[in-house]
Write a protein that binds this ligand. Structure first.
Ligand code: DGY
Length: 322
């Protein structure tokens, strides 16, 4: 009698090379729609799953795990894994994996793009042209500010923070960072980067970029008190996770001129965006596009699939978390 192949559930659409790799080790069932998978459909398939590939929009909690009694690995197609209750997984012997590294450049590119968009007022300029309103070139029209010689304060100096620092240095910025540990004298020397306390970063940086994971410790790290420490000409950029910022406090700070501008790729109640942000011209808003290139999403799907292949083949996962 032939042995039953492992069953693998994929909770949303992922690039085909990821699915092809999964098919080499098991029978794959994938939810093939952009809308989220209904819980009843998900649970019906989780009931027999040996492995599951999840997206950052899935909540992997006790209810999820109870529906998946045989599951051995949860492979998240994202570097952030705040959507997964890792201790609930670990206590059930379920391995959790993520996709670090492969999205570093794409996310750093987006952070740099947002920084330039907001300091050069490109969103405003685009809206002006699209509105059909008359305009003409003027010496003082829509002046932004340059970033050369300005300080970029990076909160979270992991791979993405470091990749952003390299880009910003090439644009002539000076680099400061806040991180639990030092990145070491060699890298600090290479990047010309200075490690600072959170308050120092907030008080002295022209641009503050959030590149840290979202955890209990970073929930609302940028709240009203933090915003009040920032320079009046400062710009806040977030490509990490929305709830690191208290969005209501940010709206107040932008309205009152406590800080100059913000550029956001992620939102506190994603996909809902605080209505106060829509009305503000000094804000650039994009819909969580940090890793959204064909190459990067393909690499993420393939890495997640490699983690499943490893675990189902009795090997250690490539990129475990927790
Ligand atoms: C991640 O991988 O955590 C990113 O937010 C995906 O774009």
């Amino acid at each position: 009698m032939s042995e039953q192949r492992p069953r693998i559930v994929v909770t949303g659409r992922i690039p085909e090379p990821g699915l092809d790799l999964l098919r080499t080790v098991g029978d794959v069932w994938a939810w093939d729609h952009d809308d989220p998978i209904p819980t009843s459909v998900r649970d019906e398939h989780l009931a027999h799953a040996d492995a599951v590939v999840t997206l950052l929009t899935d909540r992997v909690d006790d209810a999820f795990l109870e529906a998946a009694p045989q599951v051995r690995v949860v492979a998240n197609v994202a570097v952030g894994y705040n959507n997964i209750d890792v201790s609930a997984c670990t206590s059930r012997g379920v391995i959790v994996t993520n996709t670090p590294g492969v999205l570093t450049d794409a996310t750093a590119d987006l952070a740099m793009t947002l920084m330039l968009m907001v300091t050069r007022r490109l969103g405003e300029g685009e809206r002006l042209i699209r509105s059909g309103a008359p305009w003409k070139w003027g010496m003082f029209m829509m002046l932004g500010s340059g970033i050369q010689g300005r300080q970029l304060g990076i909160i979270g100096m992991g791979g993405i923070g470091q990749a952003l620092a390299r880009r910003a240095k090439a644009f002539g910025m000076t680099i400061a960072y806040h991180n639990r540990s030092s990145v070491g004298a060699d890298l600090e020397g290479e990047l010309g980067a200075t490690r600072m306390s959170l308050d120092e970063i907030l008080e002295t940086s022209h641009v503050v970029s959030l590149n840290c994971p979202y955890t209990d410790d970073t929930h609302h790290l940028i709240n009203a008190a933090a915003l009040s420490k920032m320079r009046a000409d400062a710009v806040l950029v977030n490509t990490a996770r929305g709830p690191i910022i208290d969005e209501a406090a940010l709206v107040d700070a932008l309205r009152s001129g406590e800080i100059a501008a913000a550029a956001l790729d992620v939102f506190e109640q994603e996909p809902i965006v605080h209505p106060g942000l829509h009305d503000l011209d000094n804000v650039v808003l994009v819909p969580h596009l940090g890793s959204a290139t064909i190459e990067t999403r393909t690499a993420m799907a393939t890495l997640a699939a490699s983690n499943v292949v490893a675990v189902l083949s009795g090997q250690p996962p490539v990129t475990p978390v927790g």
